[in-house]
Design a protein around this ligand. Structure first.
Ligand code: PLP
Length: 417
């Protein structure tokens, strides 16, 4: 792609973009009474304009139907979550029975660890990436403690080599091999939240399985952002939140994937009635009988208000299809990278340069006047993310960002005040 550092070029790219109309399906927050350049979709995705109507529909059904809404609402609440199996399966590359929308991300991680982190005297270690998202670290630590183990003995972190920003795949695989006899679980973020590095989940799963371990991923920064083929890759389990690239609102209902080979009755789960075989659930009998799907991990009945916002967003994903989003993603992020290199050569992009090793986010180290330059972005109406000591993260999202947005960022990051 031959990128040009000009407004005309950015506008011509937008004019040729077949997804450009989707921007108008979202509310774009304003800064100083003008539409902002919103680059924080990796943290909180924007609100689909259809979300309000869908939530209001559930409020109306509740007002008019009361308890009968469970079966008589426009989208009956009893089976509300079932509407998400197909669209989520497409987004994460699973078969529909392998995915379920439920709870929140860290909650789901704990539920999955209960089933898939089963340490023994020989096999008890967990391999993860260094600087994993804090919630994931705390989840792993406390799971180790739940089993009476010391987290320092359990958790093995793979870090970037000295002087490097990202983790080498060969080092992940080598670490798996080095611990193969004591390894219980490999658990890594599909896309690293800080560096934007995408991990080779296919290769990591193979290496983990060859070592006799279970392999799971946190897809918070991967879902709705990168190509996923969980079933084909043979991934054991995964979980994600829906408020980042899936635009379903703060604290919105999260998602879980479990490979179908784990649907058996013998799998240990923390159980609740919504995971119980649907045919006999209302006999209300003793003795848990799991649904033969990822739904077996559900505990409670569906939170329909947050699910209504989720539906508004997933309808858009189903309409667009992931392929087109990936195509635009690579152009948009490629343009961003080009403009940073051209306009601000002193800024170091720390996210991998290879499109196959990242999603839409770029992280960059701004060594000189970092904070001032970040503030200049804010004043110019650009919503980005600052991490101490000197990192700016930006995520141009193909559903609602434009090449002109990226051009504006390039102008401001290049001006030295
Ligand atoms: C955003 C994020 C979380 C947040 O967890 P919640 O339970 O949704 O609050 C956890 N892990 C990762 C990797 C994240 O990126």
């Amino acid at each position: 792609m031959n990128y040009e550092n000009s407004l005309d070029f950015a506008k011509s790219m937008d004019a040729a973009d077949e997804l450009s109309s989707y921007r108008s399906r979202f509310y774009i927050p304003e800064v100083n009474k003008k539409e902002s350049v919103y680059f924080c979709g990796n943290s909180l995705g924007l609100q689909p304009k259809t979300a309000q109507g869908m939530i209001e529909q559930e409020l109306k059904d509740w007002a008019e139907l009361g308890v009968h809404g469970h079966f008589e609402a426009g989208n009956p609440w009893y089976s509300y979550h079932e509407m998400f199996s197909e669209p989520l399966a497409k987004i994460v590359g699973a078969i529909p029975s392998e995915v379920v929308a439920m709870n929140a991300l860290t909650v789901n991680l704990h539920l999955l660890f209960v089933s898939f982190y089963r340490p023994t005297a020989e096999r008890y270690k967990i391999i993860c990436e260094a600087q994993a998202f804090p919630s994931d670290q705390y989840a792993m630590e406390s799971q180790a403690q739940m089993h009476g183990l010391n987290p320092d003995d359990v958790i093995i972190e793979v870090a970037p080599r000295t002087g490097e920003n990202c983790i080498r795949h060969e080092d992940i695989v080598a670490t798996i091999e080095a611990h193969r006899d004591s390894l219980a679980l490999v658990f890594i973020g599909g896309v690293h939240y800080y560096t934007g590095q995408r991990f080779d989940m296919d290769a990591i799963t193979k290496a983990g399985h060859e070592a006799g371990a279970i392999v799971g991923f946190d897809l918070a920064h991967a879902v709705g952002n990168i190509e996923l083929n969980l079933h084909e890759w043979n991934v054991d389990f995964a979980a994600w939140c829906s408020y980042k690239y899936l635009n379903s609102g703060s604290g919105g209902v999260a998602g879980t994937y479990v490979h179908e080979r784990h649907f058996g009755e013998d799998v240990l789960r923390l159980a609740g009635w919504w995971g119980y075989n649907k045919e006999t659930r209302f006999k209300m009998e003793k003795g848990f009988k799991p649904i033969s799907s990822a739904e077996a991990w559900q505990l409670s009945n569906a939170p329909v208000f947050s699910m209504a916002a989720h539906k508004a967003s997933l309808d858009i994903f189903s309409e667009v299809g992931m392929e087109k989003l990936f195509e635009k993603r690579d152009k948009l992020t490629g343009y961003l990278e080009h403009l940073i290199k051209t306009n601000a050569p002193d800024v170091e992009v720390t996210t991998p340069a290879e499109p196959g090793e990242r999603g839409c986010q770029l992280s960059m180290e701004v060594a000189s006047n970092g904070k001032e330059r970040y503030e200049a972005l804010g004043k110019a109406g650009i919503v980005a993310d600052w991490r101490e000591p000197n990192v700016i993260r930006v995520a141009p999202v193909p559903l609602y960002n434009t090449f002109e947005d990226v051009f504006k960022f390039g102008q401001i990051i290049g001006s030295k005040n």
